[in-house]
Design a protein around this ligand. Structure first.
Ligand code: HEC
Length: 105
């Protein structure tokens, strides 16, 4: 699992570096990660993490997804996405990323 994640990570980072379009393409054939409420595919998880790591630790420490549940995260993301100047798609990816490891509701 760790190794698989690393391989995907490299692939997505490479794709992200070359073209933002590639990183946000959703492929339904990718392995998926189950969350409380939905299923987030690996590509979206990693694309979301890339955005999160790059944009969400500029003004303060990078909060761990475990910091809160999705009710809290939805509020924080709504408040922070404009600060981080995220597009709608980037915001959705960040939401997917934190949802995988957010506190259970
Ligand atoms: C332009 C600066 C800036 C950026 C970029 C930014 N934040 Fe923040 N963030 C703040 C400030 C200022 C606060 C404290 C005031 C507040 O809560 O509104 C804060 C607070 C927070 C908190 C704590 C909220 C609470 O009530 O405890 C979280 C979680 C958070 N940010 C997440 C994020 C995420 C996720 C992103 C990326 C989408 C992000 N931030 C990007 C400035 C920023």
């Amino acid at each position: 699992m760790k190794k698989q994640l690393a391989v995907f990570s490299i692939a997505v980072l490479a794709a992200y570096a070359c073209s933002q379009k590639t990183a946000t393409t959703v492929s339904t054939s990718e392995p998926t990660i189950k969350t409380e409420s939905a299923t987030v595919n690996h590509e979206r998880y990693l694309a979301g993490k890339t955005i999160y790591d790059a944009k969400c630790g500029r003004c303060h420490k990078l909060y761990e997804p475990q910091t809160g549940n999705m009710t809290q995260w939805n509020k924080w993301i709504d408040r922070m996405a404009p600060k981080a100047k995220l597009t709608e798609e980037e915001t959705a990816l960040v939401r997917d990323y934190v949802s995988v490891n957010a506190k259970p509701m």
